[in-house]
Design a protein around this ligand. Sequence first.
Ligand code: UGA
Length: 433
Amino acid sequence: MKISVIGCGYLGAVHAACMAELGHDVIGVDVDQEKVDLLSAGRAPFHEPDFEDLLERGVSSGRLSFTTDFAQVADCRVHFIGVGTPQKADAHGADMRYVESAVQSLLPHLADRAVVVGKSTVPVGTADSLEPSVTEAGGVLVWNPEFLRESFAVKDTLQPDRLVYGLSKNPESAEYGLAMVDEVYADIIAAGTPRLLMDFPTAELVKVSANSFLAMKISFINAMAEICDATGADVTKLAEAIGLDDRIGRKFLRAGIGFGGGCLPKDTLAFQARTEELGLESLNFLTDVNAINERRRQRVVDLVVAELGEDLTGMRIAVLGAAFKPNTDDTRESPALDIAERLDRLGADIIITDPAAGPVIAARDPEAPIAADAHEAIEGANITLLLTEWDEFKSLDPTTLAPARKIIIDGRNAIDSTVWKNAGWTYYGMGRS
Ligand code: UGA
């Protein structure tokens, strides 16, 4: 089937490449000419495992192309909207201007009975407000939220846990939209993926409530980490024990410096802002979720200050990790960079290393204090902070490092404390000693 994907950021570019992999003819549209040129050359604009292989395969087969010109998508039967919904500059709500502009640019080129499929994470009520203009242009709207995780984006798109379709209240539109989206995802459905049908607002809410629940789970275990720190208990053992209760589950109970990235931080704030707009007060717990998350970052700063004193002038601090999680170069809302900035403000001499985000930061700012690897960063450091749990940091042999002082703060509870202590290091974990 001929389909388009509007917006070629993380979500859209991966979705486009995966749809081409499923055998569809796909055109990705983006307003950024540089990004379109890069993608057209089969080159990934960001670090994402397996993505570039798919991209190259799609482009060289002729099934995948990219353009800035909306007129090119006029003969597509399905259009996915995958543009970003960042936080507004001056408020907590989602900035909807990219979704609005994508839909407005698309509608004049919509073929009769083409299906517009919203994938962006949006405030509840968005699809209901967009549907009249899509219908007037001769199209049908479906809302199909995306649950992919960065660093597992290709797998999560081709083998998702579930497909969620938000369908129109108009039965004929709902039936037609369902059949068309089923055709796009035929292989995924044939593989046994659960497919859940619901109305627009429920589909929109599934996405934001899933992200809020994940954020809540992380902040819950981080609150337990605070109590463990105060009482000498071990949060990793606690998480393992409660996680074996399958009503709780083991995943997303890794205590540390908290969540970052382009989704959980802004989605929890936007969800709360939307409920306030609706006159509801029920999401105040998300204020605590974010407050706990914020305290995790300060916890690392406090530990550094307790070891090195309040004036960090001249103190070399090695920061292992800049990405918001491993296997990505994405530094949006990165807890690691936030901690580095807080320490920088206290006068510290920060040196950062990250296998994927490091080169990106260095290319953007040649003056940035980026080391080639952990050995270089740690050499002469007064304290070492492990803030993103890349494999190369987890497997470091502490006996091969040459810091000024052997102190490590393991912000992700990622390394074996006994090994480091036996090598003469002072070790601090998050909710475990
Ligand atoms: C998140 C969701 O997991 C996806 O399902 C969703 O589709 C996506 O947002 C989105 O809305 O687009 P992502 O932002 O890629 O995916 O990252 P996660 O894997 O959820 O991790 C988020 C943050 O939580 C990271 O900083 C990670 O280090 C942290 N984290 C995760 C913890 O601190 N502890 C954990 O146990 C798990």
